[in-house]
Ligand binder design. Structure first.
Ligand code: SF4
Length: 220
């Protein structure tokens, strides 16, 4: 977080928050999850692969894998070198392969092959942190109970003054306190889309931003 963000936290009213969300919804009417998957299990793997990698790259890598391997037992049976080679394009392939193997083993041994449908158990799965568990709850189980704080959500929350924290779990708690529940699903998608398209890490396009008038980044 830069100095500008640290000292500029301010309180937006609930009405302001809803206006921001509605403006972003109008700007990105098609905002949705951009990872491809066919089951909660596959989504868990796609989310793991997306760490330090673009969703586009993940979506180019996973179809040929999931065509052949799509159950926990498939990944348990696969030797790790084969898995490393398959996921190599997504980077950090050694750690990711190890996590995918451990994730598959735990799902098979403790959950009979199906992902648990709650946050508390999801975050105990190897390779699945709170951000990934939030994505799974929303996209696989259609039950958005939190907000996934990725690099975009973190940056925009700080810039807009929705949170002055840098720790993702604290940012999430700040957002959950000010955003009405009915918008959790939208906000999960909108922050990512706004971060990719306008509120980019470098040189944000503030002159095109639909929520500029609320923004802490500009007003301090
Ligand atoms: S005004 Fe600029 S910094 Fe603020 S949310 Fe919009 S693009 Fe991001």
């Amino acid at each position: 977080m830069d100095k500008k963000h640290k000292k500029s936290y301010h309180n937006l009213s609930r009405k302001n928050i809803v206006e921001i969300i509605e403006l972003l919804k109008s700007t990105y009417p098609d905002a949705s999850c951009s990872l491809d998957f066919h089951s909660p299990f596959e989504l868990g793997i796609a989310v793991m692969l997306s760490a330090q990698c673009t969703d586009e790259r993940v979506n180019k890598t996973t179809p040929s894998i999931f065509e052949k391997y799509n159950t926990p037992q498939d990944f348990i049976d696969m030797d790790i070198e084969t898995l490393e080679n398959l996921i190599h394009p997504c980077g950090f392939y050694k750690t990711k392969a190890k996590n995918i193997k451990a994730y598959s083993k735990k799902i098979m041994e403790e959950y009979n092959g199906d992902l648990p449908m709650n946050m508390d158990e999801l975050i105990t799965l190897p390779g699945i942190g709170r951000k990934s568990a939030n994505v799974i709850m929303l996209e696989a189980f259609n039950n958005p109970i939190g907000i996934a704080i990725d690099t975009h959500a973190k940056r925009i929350s700080n810039r807009l003054g929705l949170s002055n924290n840098s720790d993702p779990s604290k940012i999430e708690q700040d957002l959950l306190q000010i955003i009405p529940n009915k918008y959790y699903k939208d906000v999960n998608h909108l922050l990512v889309w706004h971060g990719r398209n306008i509120c980019t890490a470098r040189n944000p396009k503030c002159n095109q931003c639909p929520v500029a008038k609320y923004c802490n980044y500009l007003n301090n």
